[in-house]
Write a protein that binds this ligand. Structure first.
Ligand code: FAD
Length: 449
């Protein structure tokens, strides 16, 4: 199996597949595997997935377990939503809510992959196209053709794999521009060093901040909706560009915005859900499948859930990836699309003004913790295939004939190296991988077909 893209989704997919006994090659276009320097919120459903991938303890080392989710009225400064993230929360959802640095979760997944003999990581290799052939797929890359039993497009916002399957072009600019910065804790105004993920909502803007890396840093993201949207992809933006756009906010959030000497500008992109992500032995995962606005802080969580679901389906279908991908899509489509649509609607709640703002505040203010938890239940409760992923030993399918079919449908191995996607049944890792000093896979992974 080849995975296009070594972001959070691609690495999680490789790791999940390895834990079910499947070999994969992750192709990353960048010269190095890495993530941007910013924060990320991880809800309980994301933690369940991270734990199932076996990297929970690593990610938790640097994560900050915040105490509340706050939505403040950016104009008046009053509290609108206050969700306690205490023991009741962790009991209800089986895991806490935490925030972390992207590099920390990406680095942990990368280490997890490096420790797996079944995962090969290739940086500096761009997927350009693919051809479906009789027994699999030929992945066309900047380094030449690569035959494989299947291809997963985890290649993000501008996915070339999606372009072949869905063909809906570049995702349109949403008109939502975000400005990011990371502050040292001592730069953060003292009265705003809250143990919370805080969102200041105001007319067509919102500002988010939360602590990072054991309270050494604060993540700051300020978003504005504008008709005249412009563009941007991690470009530098000076405070003179940013501050006037948020000037209708009250003093507290503005006092944070005045700290950074420079921001990074990002034009957010968004796609409408589509009904199909799959073409034979090729499918999509993460942002390439269901690109969403970040307003529920769930894009990465969805990519992680996708990864576990895909690997569980591959396992259930005994390596018949065409069947597995259809099953995966069927299982994931409604949930991921619901999050995609709900995130966009949440933006309208954040950016409300006039009477709508008054209605919003009236709806949410004064709710009990349990009412918030009930409202969040569909989102934060992990699906069964995530919750039970680690409990199910690989290859529990009661259909040996299907297993044989799956293995034989993989492409013939090239000389000296096993075909991607073929389980390493009864054979040790190839000399090429073994010579890199990776750990041998645990015995349970080397299953006989
Ligand atoms: C401002 C902001 C805040 C966010 N906050 C949160 C949050 O708090 N919580 C949360 O869960 N989510 C959040 N998200 C969403 C989250 O970042 C994404 O959903 C997630 O990173 C998607 O992962 P991915 O692996 O699908 O895609 P990506 O992370 O985009 O990875 C794709 C990878 O593929 C590579 N690639 C692309 N094309 C090719 C090619 N042709 N060949 C080879 N490699 C290729 C890229 O270089 C990249 O490494 C946020 C997003 C934004 C914009």
């Amino acid at each position: 199996m080849v995975i296009a893209g070594g972001g959070l989704g691609g690495l999680a997919c490789a790791l999940a597949l390895a834990r079910k006994g499947f070999r994969s090659i992750v192709l990353e276009q960048a010269q190095q595997f890495g993530e941007i320097g910013a924060g990320i919120q991880l809800a309980p459903n994301a933690w369940h997935a991270i734990d199932a991938l076996g990297v929970g303890a690593l990610v938790k080392k640097e994560a900050v377990f915040i105490e509340r989710l706050l939505l403040m009225d950016g104009a008046s400064g009053e509290t609108v939503i206050d969700v306690p993230l205490d023991k009741r929360f962790a009991r209800r959802f089986g895991n806490p809510y935490a925030v972390t640095h992207r590099a920390d979760i990406h680095g942990s997944l990368l280490d997890g992959c490096k420790a797996q003999a079944l995962v090969e990581l290739r940086a500096g290799t761009r997927v350009i196209d693919y051809r479906i052939e009789d027994k699999g797929v030929v992945v066309e890359t900047s380094g030449g053709d690569l035959p494989a039993s299947a291809l997963v497009g985890a290649d993000g916002v501008r996915s070339v794999v999606r372009e072949r399957i869905v063909g809906d072009g570049e995702p349109p600019a949403s008109g939502h521009m975000c400005y990011r910065a990371v502050l040292k804790v001592e730069e953060m105004p003292r009265d705003l060093r809250w143990p919370a993920a805080t969102l200041w909502a105001a007319k067509n803007t919102h500002i988010v901040h939360y602590p990072l890396r054991g309270w050494k840093l604060f993540n700051l993201v300020a978003t504005v909706v504008r008709e005249q949207s412009g563009s941007g992809h991690n470009e530098e933006a000076p405070p003179e560009e940013v501050l006037p756009l948020f000037a209708h906010n009250c003093e507290k959030p503005m006092s944070i915005l005045r700290v950074p000497r420079a921001f990074r500008r990002w034009m957010l992109r968004f796609r409408e859900p589509v009904e199909n992500w799959t073409q034979g032995p090729v499918t999509l995962l993460g942002d390439s499948a269901h690109l969403m606005l970040q307003y529920l802080a769930q894009g990465a969580a969805m990519a992680l859930e996708d990864a576990l679901c895909l690997a569980a389906c591959a396992d259930q279908q005994e390596g018949n990836f065409e069947k597995a991908f259809l099953e995966y899509q069927k299982t994931r489509l409604v949930r991921a699309s619901r999050v995609q649509v709900s995130a966009r609607l949440m933006g309208m709640v954040f950016h409300a003004s006039g009477v709508e703002r008054m209605i919003r505040n009236d709806i949410y203010q004064g709710r009990t913790a349990e009412r918030y938890y009930d409202a969040l239940d569909w989102l934060f409760t992990p699906p069964e295939y995530v919750r039970d992923f680690a409990k199910r030993a690989p290859g529990r399918s009661p259909r040996p004939s299907a297993r044989r079919k799956g293995a034989s449908s993989a492409r013939a191995p090239r000389k000296g190296s096993p075909a991607p996607g073929v389980r390493p049944a009864r054979r040790p890792p190839s000399r090429r991988t073994a010579s890199r000093g990776r750990k041998a896979p645990p015995a349970r992974r080397a299953r006989a077909p």
